[in-house]
Design a protein around this ligand. Structure first.
Ligand code: FAD
Length: 463
């Protein structure tokens, strides 16, 4: 793996040789949690993070003047008890994402303001969409989130995308869009995602599809940013003591005695290793001996999507004054969905523009200035001309960040039935964590935390 990163202070990096019972690779929520859990059990642990910061796909971006925005993970459902519990433990204030107002739907012909539906009493056009989501909840009853590939209809559902299922079973294009929009905010683009993967995602949510969770009702925000939670958790373990930054792991060797985890200028010896990285990145590590076939197949087939996010920053959240929540969606706009990312005290306003799964080429081939203009024009359709003049406009292409090379997990058709069994199966002394491996709230940072707890327990039982 070629990416280098050496901007963390020397004292935060590992130099030379070190030894512990367990090495954890990756300092996102999964890795930090695994290290914390092992540490609590009295197991000696070293965490190696390639970036010069913790948090992985949760990242605070500095706007200026002490303002920050979430350029990665933003929010958590009120049902994400691990995420909310960890935030509170780390002294990070939890506050509700606003939903006491109207959301906006923009179509080619219309701009409609609507109450974010309560799935129990959806009203308007949402009735058909909620009926479809209820049908998915019925279908997903046969899925065990630990083993979706064993569901009686696994092959059938894994051989189609969410959109091909919708096109076959839901005639009305607006209903197709609403369903796709609901699940697309939290999960994968419906044109690319496996129907089996989507049903497993719903089952693992604990609430199902026809729930407040999927409609971003009752979601929670984190004062100071989501990344702060991971940073504080890592600091409590000890940066430069148990947690090391700017340590890119390039080779992992194992034999009957233990594992050797290596990068430029450091080697860490342990009895076992937990690899808490997205699967598609683990293919970059030089494994000795090579990983078995099913795991290598999995590393190529569980992909990553939704890797583009922008924040438009204003001197105030003017949409609140207009009775809008900051939640918007459109089947035709360059910005297909937005959420509010304003701070708790509302001293400035931030609109998050979620990626463009329907037509990413329109943005990807544009210059930065064109991208800004295209997206601001979309925002103006949702929120009026004030949206055209932000104080700042910040973007991140997560695909271009070598430590993520994408955003959310993509379970594409065939991946789960072909190689899903390799997701969590240890390879000798190598164990796997990360939201992709989660059986509870997969995709979310809640899932990452859950996977870290599971991996730590799995390893502790084998020491
Ligand atoms: C744009 C965006 C928005 C999101 N919004 C939300 C949201 O609102 N709510 C929600 O619940 N979830 C959201 N998510 C998903 C959430 O961010 C992830 O589920 C979660 O952060 C994943 O954590 P993880 O620990 O599994 O993986 P990661 O956070 O990816 O952690 C993996 C770590 O491994 C490190 N690493 C990689 N290669 C190496 C190497 N060779 N050596 C050492 N270290 C290495 C990386 O630097 C990284 O820190 C969003 C994600 C993105 C990208």
């Amino acid at each position: 793996m070629q990416h280098g990163n050496s901007s963390a202070p020397a004292a935060a990096q590992l130099h030379g040789d070190a030894e512990a019972d367990v090495v954890v690779v990756g300092g996102g929520f999964a890795g930090v949690t695994a290290a914390r859990e092992l540490d609590k059990m009295g197991v000696s642990v070293i965490l190696l993070e390639g970036r010069d910061r913790l948090g992985g796909r949760a990242e605070n971006i500095t706007i200026g003047g002490g303002k920050i925005g979430n350029i990665g993970a933003q929010a958590a459902s009120r049902h994400h008890h691990l995420a909310i519990g960890l935030a509170r433990e780390m002294g990070v204030d939890v506050f509700p994402l606003r939903h006491d107002g109207k959301a906006v739907l923009v179509t080619e012909e219309d701009r409609i303001e609507f109450e974010i539906p309560d799935p129990k009493d959806p009203g308007w056009q949402w009735e058909d969409a909620v009926e479809t989501l209820q049908q998915w909840d019925e279908m997903s009853k046969e899925i065990d989130p630990e083993r979706p590939w064993e569901a009686p209809h696994a092959e059938e559902w894994d051989s189609q995308t969410v959109m091909s299922w919708l096109q076959r079973h839901v005639g009305d294009p607006i209903t197709q869009f609403l369903v796709a929009g609901v699940v697309g905010v939290g999960a994968s683009p419906p044109h690319q995602a496996s129907m089996l993967g989507m049903l497993a995602y719903g089952k693992a949510s604990g609430t199902g599809f026809a729930s407040d969770h999927m409609f971003v009702r009752g979601w929670q925000k984190f004062d100071g940013g989501v990344q702060t939670i991971a940073v504080r958790a890592g600091e409590r373990l000890g940066i430069g003591r148990k947690v090391y930054l700017s340590c890119v792991v390039r080779r992992i060797e194992q034999d009957g005695d233990g594992v050797l985890v290596q990068g430029d200028g450091f080697r860490a010896k342990a009895k076992r290793v937990i690899v808490a990285m997205p699967p598609h990145l683990t293919g970059r590590i030089d494994w000795r001996p090579a990983l078995p076939g099913p795991r290598q197949a999995l590393n190529q087939r569980i992909g990553s999507v939704g890797g583009y996010l922008t924040l438009a920053v204003y001197d105030e959240p003017f949409w609140f004054r207009e009775g809008l929540t900051g939640h918007a969606m459109s089947p035709s706009e360059v910005v297909p969905a937005t959420l509010d990312d304003s701070p708790k005290d509302r001293s400035y306003g931030v609109i998050t523009c979620l990626g463009d799964p329907y037509d990413s080429s329109r943005l990807r081939t544009a210059t930065p200035a064109e991208r800004r203009e295209l997206q601001l024009k979309s925002l103006a359709k949702y929120y009026g001309p004030k949206a055209l003049k932000p104080e700042a406009f910040l973007e991140k292409d997560w695909y271009a960040d070598p430590f993520s090379a994408g955003g959310l997990p993509l379970f594409s058709p065939g991946a789960l039935t072909n190689c899903g069994q390799a997701l969590r199966t240890p390879v000798g002394r190598i164990h796997w964590a990360g939201t992709e491996t989660a059986t509870w709230n997969v995709v979310h940072w809640e899932g990452a935390i859950h996977s870290g707890v599971r991996a730590a327990k799995e390893v502790a039982e084998r020491l």
